[in-house]
Design a protein around this ligand. Structure first.
Ligand SMILES: Nc1ncnc2c1ncn2[C@@H]1O[C@H](COP(=O)(O)OP(=O)(O)OP(=O)(O)O)[C@@H](O)[C@H]1O
Ligand SMILES: [Mg+2]
Length: 500
């Protein structure tokens, strides 16, 4: 039979639909045609594949070769199908055995020498192939990406010759170096060790990272608020595969590039305070995701919080609670996920120096009042952690680092441990614990309960604030290590970070 079928995958946004490559050899004048809506790069595969096959010491069929890429309506671009086409031609001409072709998929661009070249964006293809229960052969040049996917059944090859030898049973293909351990992904970006002093702010940042709590930092100019926030991505736990795929999907809707090397890193979005409501929450006649959706599963950093327009801040309230945003337009309604962690920074007053012992504040009480009122009570009520970031004495900047100056990798290890406990217990980070789970996981002994009730009553806190204190206390207990219950000192620390 001179018909052979091989499997490959196209790329469409964040999905990788399957492409069936059918090759038929028939009599007639020697020619090759590729059908099934291929773009010019795929059409050129004709020449690449012919020369690569000849340079691999096989014969290119001296017959009429028809290659069909199905389904036809799927747009196909690039050289990613070269390997599948070449193997299809060789199998149709009985030059390689077909047994292994059925449970295997192939991706890779061929060089004229028969070497395999990397193809962009193979991650979705690897994940889909695994779901389909098939192995997938990819160029060794894609090994780094392949390792990210974890235990997928991936095989790496250098050349067409190597793949053919493997199909013939006299050669083996290696798997990617035992997939990068989920937890050993290198931390990226600036390191926590650069921040000097600010032990309390660093501690709060760690709590925020472990429990996914929203955080507000208040302090005079130049004390390290922006610096701290920029170091948060380096200490957050990596995304799970499904989280990473969701985030990739949103990015592809906004036509932003997806960097496979960073695909498990949590997004960090820092829109400027002049950003419009549409830029922040999304919109447009065909609704597109805004910054809060691009920050899904990651961090939305609002620096200089009071400078954002009040209207813009108010629209954040609903997604902060529901984790999604519904954008209604005359023609259609779109829902985008928006489960982001809000990190905000602000000065205590317009001149920035209220409460700073080394500077006189030039603002009138009225100005300070108006400045702070730009952040509404309901928004503040949703922020679990609030911390002062005071001026650090200059001597701290030059003092040698002490045992408490942990680097990002150390902090992240603690954060991952604490987050794992929360996920094991309730399947969600502590900040999102439902009230039912909260009662189960933060059950307080009578004395502690009475103590907290009295404290909260005295501070005039809302019911939401009460629950939020409990959630933060749970995170603090998780960070402490052991399987401990929530105790009074955890509650006291949690209360300390709350503004009422
Ligand atoms: N705790 C610190 N340790 C080391 N360097 C610091 C620290 N605080 C501030 N700096 C230095 O000051 C610079 C400004 O810090 P940063 O931008 O974080 O201040 P800020 O608190 O965000 O100020 P503003 O309120 O004006 O935005 C940093 O780039 C760094 O060089
Ligand atoms: Mg700043």
């Amino acid at each position: 039979m001179s018909l052979a079928v091989t499997l490959s995958r196209a790329q469409e946004g964040v999905t990788a639909p399957q492409v069936v490559v059918e090759v038929h050899l028939s009599g007639g004048l020697p020619s090759t045609s590729i059908v099934g809506l291929p773009d010019s790069a795929v059409r050129e595969a004709r020449d690449r594949v012919r020369v690569a096959i000849q340079n691999t010491a096989f014969e290119y069929p001296n017959r009429r070769v028809t290659v069909n890429l199905a389904p036809a309506e799927l747009p196909k671009d690039g050289g990613r199908f070269d390997l599948a086409i070449a193997l299809g031609i060789l199998a149709a001409g009985s030059q390689v055995p077909r047994e292994r072709l059925d449970d295997c998929e192939f991706l890779g661009e061929l060089a004229l020498s028969g070497e395999l070249r990397a193809v962009p964006g193979i991650l979705p293809a690897l994940i889909r192939a695994r779901r389909a229960g098939r192995r997938i052969v990819v160029p060794r040049a894609n090994a780094a990406e392949a390792a990210l996917v974890g235990e997928a059944d991936v095989l790496l090859a250098d050349s067409l010759a190597e793949v053919c030898a493997w199909l013939g049973g006299h050669g083996s293909l290696s798997a990617p170096a035992s997939a990068t351990d989920f937890y050993d992904l290198p931390t990226c970006g600036p390191d926590m060790r650069d921040v000097r002093g600010q032990y309390q702010a660093r501690r709060v940042l760690e709590i925020a990272a472990a429990g996914r709590h929203h955080l507000l930092m208040i302090g005079p100019p130049g004390t390290g608020k922006t610096m701290l926030a920029e170091r948060l991505p380096g200490i957050l736990p990596p995304m799970t595969e499904s989280e990473a795929l969701e985030s990739c999907a949103i990015r592809s809707l906004s036509s932003e590039a997806i960097d496979p090397a960073c695909w498990r890193r949590r997004p960090f979005r820092a829109p400027h305070h002049t950003a419009s409501g549409v830029a922040l929450v999304g919109g447009g006649s065909t609704p597109r995701p805004g910054e809060i959706s691009l920050a899904h599963n990651g961090v939305l950093f609002l620096d200089e919080l009071p400078e954002f327009s009040r209207h813009v801040l108010e629209v954040l309230r609903e997604p902060l609670e529901s984790g999604q945003i519904v954008i209604s337009r005359a023609a259609r309604q779109s829902t985008f996920p928006a489960e982001f962690q809000l990190i905000a920074a602000m000065n205590p007053c317009p001149c920035g120096y209220a409460g700073d012992p080394t500077h006189d504040c030039r603002c009138t009480p009225d100005q300070v009042q108006r400045y702070r009122a730009r952040i509404s009570g309901p928004l503040l009520d949703r922020i679990d952690l609030c911390v002062d970031v005071p001026r650090v004495p200059i001597t701290h900047l030059t003092a040698p680092r002490g045992p408490h100056d942990d680097d990002s990798a150390t902090v992240r290890r603690r954060v991952i441990n604490a987050r794992e406990k929360a996920l094991l217990r309730a399947g969600q980070p502590n900040a999102e614990l439902s009230v039912v789970n909260l009662e189960r996981d933060c059950a307080l002994p009578q004395a502690e309960r009475e103590w907290l009730e009295a404290a909260v009553e005295k501070l005039g806190a809302s019911a939401r604030a009460y629950h939020r204190v409990l959630r933060v206390a749970r995170t603090i207990a998780d960070l402490e290590g052991g399987a401990g219950c929530v105790e009074q000192h955890h509650l006291a620390e949690a209360l300390h970070y709350r503004r009422f």
